[in-house]
Write a protein that binds this ligand. Structure first.
Ligand SMILES: Cc1cn([C@H]2C[C@H](O)[C@@H](COP(=O)(O)OP(=O)(O)O[C@H]3O[C@@H](C)C(=O)[C@@H](O)[C@H]3O)O2)c(=O)[nH]c1=O
Length: 189
């Protein structure tokens, strides 16, 4: 497994070692010991999620606030997505910055998004099955969202067509509205 950091230090990419033979392939999709060594943090996952989306779907930007903030380890079982993490930790030098990575069933990359980040993805294939592990349980009370097309965040989504978003995501507040109306500590893990 290869693990490396992105331009936001705490967001990491994992590339598993794939063993191919006459039968097909094998790889370890998650290894707790290696994950802990690479991140340097004692991270435990408690929930696995899976979603299917068609081309043009954009889900996000989503996060849960403390004490139910979630770290997420995202991968794609079929298809291709552009996966994005936005740093919402107010004490961070990269507060308000984003990083994006193409994840696909072909490249088998995984993106580690720690607690304190918002997460979203855009589907680039006809269908994408996305699977992610989360470090805390779903809690609607702590769930928040920020607009995917926020002007200050200026995320460069690869598909420039107007995406297919949920009603909830279409009404999400802007980044500056969110920052103005939330407690400064709520995104600190
Ligand atoms: C996220 C989630 C949703 N649900 C339910 C609530 C709702 O009825 C239905 C669909 O929920 P949503 O519309 O919020 O699904 P979705 O837009 O796919 O939300 C997800 O987006 C990505 C980007 C993330 O990072 C996730 O954490 C999550 O927020 O599933 C659960 O039961 N458990 C969960 O953990």
């Amino acid at each position: 497994m290869r693990a490396y950091r992105t331009r936001i230090h705490d967001v990491m990419v994992f590339e598993p070692t794939v063993f191919e033979d006459g039968r097909g392939y094998f790889f370890e999709s998650f290894n707790e010991q290696r994950f802990k060594e690479a991140t340097g943090e004692p991270i435990a996952f408690v929930q696995d999620n899976q979603s299917r989306s068609g081309r043009g779907v954009l889900r996000g930007l989503h996060f849960q606030v403390a004490p139910k903030a979630q770290g997420k380890l995202v991968r794609v079982l079929s298809g291709e997505i552009f996966d994005v993490a936005v740093d919402l930790r107010r004490d961070s030098s990269s507060f308000g910055s984003w990083v994006g990575e193409v994840l696909s069933s072909e490249n088998r990359k995984q993106l580690w998004i720690p607690a304190g980040f918002a997460h979203g993805f855009q589907v680039l294939s006809d269908v994408a099955d996305v699977f992610y592990k989360a470090t805390d349980f779903y809690s609607p009370k702590h769930e928040r969202s920020i607009r995917w097309d926020d002007r200050d965040l200026a995320i460069q989504w690869p598909d420039r067509q107007l995406p297919n978003v949920s009603e909830k995501d279409a009404c999400a507040p802007s980044f500056s509205e969110y920052v103005a109306h939330s407690a400064s500590s709520e995104n600190l893990p």
